[in-house]
Design a protein around this ligand. Structure first.
Ligand code: WT7
Length: 635
């Protein structure tokens, strides 16, 4: 892709200035010169953030798969689009060329059509990191179906909630999945979920583990025979710029997950543009993002962004610790990875292992290193820089969210100086602001406040599926005419941003965004539990871990506490997934509450972090005596 590669700091400032002085010209030019449109737009941007309503490239017609696949076939048909690296290192990696990807996506799209899937229908994808996952995502986009990928670590009940929330008719899954030394019965989880999903008419089942599964007549179908028969000719559906491309769920302040809706044209332009610049992607590079496609990172920076640039993108099925802690570095050497993008939690976990695991491997192919998902601490940053990058690879600390669709604040290699723990500067087109508690924008440098974005950008989520009011309320009601991120940040004396963490009831554990409310809801379903409150506390590897304060009903008080702890964690595993399990569970007779009945999490957070010197003002509490009890019994 031409014309949009920033190469040095001066150019960055120039481009940035242009992008905020005239956003329509800026994005209009990028869109026109670098993508394939069947019809161009009538208007680059229309918006009203009070409603909020935003449309980018209104009136344009396109299909994102023509941009990610078809248009590359002339010049890059035999280039590898996807490298699939299996869980088991002795299984051969697969190299899928753009020609092959085209054929596989078209066939899969025809299978979906034959199953009755039409433009606008929702398709749930619950698959491990195997090629079928990327292919099915693209197959949906090919025919204008809206994909809703659910991370295959979520439980049956979490899957069912997501299937029902957006009325998916079809589920795509597999017999099982491999994760390190484990094999997981994915189909069994789907079966369990579907007991409470009446709207699903069929389940397409890919074979991966070859384990025996139950196939329900009239509902479950093996995928491969359908693919074998399907035609490989599938013209792309023409989509409007603002047609939904996908739904992706993220947790929120109530028990119900939020189905963030991303639309076609703006998302495509932004994910491609940011991929190219943040990773300084060049034609011969081999790029690897270790995320799962079940998260936004995988959507934007394994599938859409890289493929829109005609890149080679790696899909890794396994885990960093299998068969040993050198696996990531073995893969870097094996595929001569040039850009490597991972989460701080993975870096911290691997930094704890023997350095031999790293030093055994030739990492000289690496050019750019990236992190995402949570703040990276100084120590982890230096280990990454020294041990992995040999101080030759710029590190991009990329701040963004499911809702933002693409990277928002991040260094650009060779342009922005990297400072450990700083996400540094906004990407072109992004206008961050820090607000004080009264909603006033903090001007100048050396300030910290709540991070907002005060102008629309192409990849912003447009709504929450089925609940636009919740979208408005969650993101656009705290600060007038601004998108509120939920994060706190500081701007240093040179205008660089450092993200300090969530200021709401979301806790980032191992880079996963967990709402306290859904976890508390799950715990409270336990028959012996009366009430609970969850907070985060610092953890060496996970960044944050979860600490639960639980009030038992009388019926529970005589029970063995360790057994109760196990049952509560099992409850969370069943309702949400193992990622949301609590590290510590403290039983208590009460929770500190304000007179209006709100739990004072600030106090609970301090106790959980063993920081009880200054608990702040507790006099406004309804029940100040409970604080001492909680301190005395803290774990
Ligand atoms: C939250 C969004 C989109 C990437 C995957 C997570 C935190 C993300 C950083 C970073 C500090 C970060 C924020 C954000 N976060 N990247 N580089 N530095 N914090 O997506 O699940 O929607 O979570 O992750 O708190 O709000 P997500």
């Amino acid at each position: 892709m031409s014309n949009y590669h920033i190469k040095n700091l001066e150019e960055y400032f120039q481009v940035y200035r242009k992008s905020v002085q005239n956003p329509e010209n800026f994005w209009g030019e990028i869109a026109e010169e670098n993508f394939l449109w069947r019809k161009t737009w009538d208007k680059v941007l229309e918006y009203d953030l009070s409603k909020p309503e935003v449309s980018w490239f209104k009136g344009a017609k396109l299909n994102i798969t023509e941009n990610c696949i078809d248009r590359h076939l002339f010049s890059r048909g035999e280039k590898t689009a996807i490298i699939f690296e299996p869980n088991d290192p002795s299984e051969k990696a697969q190299h899928i060329t753009y020609n092959e990807l085209h054929e596989r996506v078209c066939k899969f799209a025809n299978v979906l059509k034959n199953q009755g899937v039409k433009k606008g229908d929702r398709v749930c994808i619950y698959l491990p990191m195997i090629p079928e996952l990327a292919v099915s995502v693209l197959a949906c986009a090919r025919i204008g179906a809206i994909h809703s990928v659910v991370f295959a670590g979520f439980s049956a009940s979490a899957l069912a909630t997501r299937i029902n929330d957006c009325d998916c008719k079809i589920v795509i899954s597999s017999d099982g999945s491999f994760r390190g030394s484990k094999s997981i019965d994915l189909k069994g989880i789907v079966d369990e979920a579907l007991k409470s999903c009446d709207g699903v008419s069929s389940v397409l089942v890919a074979k991966r583990t070859n384990t025996e599964v139950q196939m329900k007549e009239g509902c479950d179908v093996w995928l491969q025979p359908l693919l074998d028969e399907a035609s490989s000719n599938c013209p792309a559906e023409m989509m409007d710029a603002e047609d939904p491309l996908f739904i992706l769920y993220t947790s929120g302040s109530t028990g119900k997950p939020k189905g963030m809706v991303h639309t076609t044209a703006g998302y495509m332009v932004y994910s491609a543009y940011t991929f190219k610049n943040v990773f300084q992607y060049r034609e011969a590079d081999v790029y690897w993002c270790t995320a799962d496609i079940g998260w936004i990172t995988g959507h934007s920076y394994i599938v859409y962004g890289p493929l829109a640039n005609g890149a080679t993108t790696v899909m890794f099925e396994g885990v960093p610790s299998y068969p040993n802690h050198g696996r990531f570095w073995e893969i870097v050497e094996k595929h001569k990875i040039t850009q490597f993008y991972t989460a701080p939690t993975a870096i911290r976990a691997l930094a704890k292992e023997k350095i031999d695991f790293v030093e055994k491997h030739d990492l000289s192919s690496l050019k750019v290193l990236g992190t995402v998902g949570e703040p990276i601490n100084e120590e982890a940053w230096h280990w990454y820089n020294d041990a992995i990058g040999h101080q030759k690879c710029p590190i991009v600390d990329t701040w963004w969210q499911t809702e933002t669709g693409g990277i928002m604040i991040s260094p650009i290699p060779y342009a922005t100086p990297a400072i450990p723990t700083f996400a540094t500067l906004p990407l072109p087109g992004i206008q961050p602001a820090l607000m004080d508690e009264n909603g006033k924008e903090l001007e100048g440098n050396q300030v910290s406040g709540r991070l907002c974005i005060k102008f629309p950008w192409p990849a912003m989520a447009r709504t929450i599926w089925g609940n636009h009011e919740r979208y408005r309320e969650t993101y656009f009601s705290t600060f007038e005419n601004s998108y509120f991120t939920g994060d706190g940040a500081l701007r240093n004396s040179t205008g660089f941003y450092r993200i300090t963490g969530r200021v709401d009831d979301v806790i980032i554990v191992s880079g996963h965004n967990l709402g306290t409310a859904p976890i508390e809801d799950a715990i409270n379903e336990h028959p012996a539990v009366a009430e609970s409150a969850i907070v985060g506390f610092p953890h060496e590897v996970k960044g944050n871990a979860l600490y639960g304060y639980v009030i038992l009903k009388e019926s529970g008080e005589s029970r063995n506490q360790d057994n109760l702890r196990k049952e509560i964690n099992q409850m969370i595993s069943d309702r949400i997934g193992p990622i949301a399990k609590l590290d510590k569970i403290q039983f208590t007779s009460g929770l500190p509450k304000t007179r209006s009945g709100k739990i004072m999490r600030r106090i609970l957070r301090k106790i959980a972090s063993k920081d009880i010197k200054d608990l702040g003002d507790t006099s406004t509490l309804l029940n100040p005596e409970v604080v001492q009890e909680i301190i005395d019994n803290a774990l």
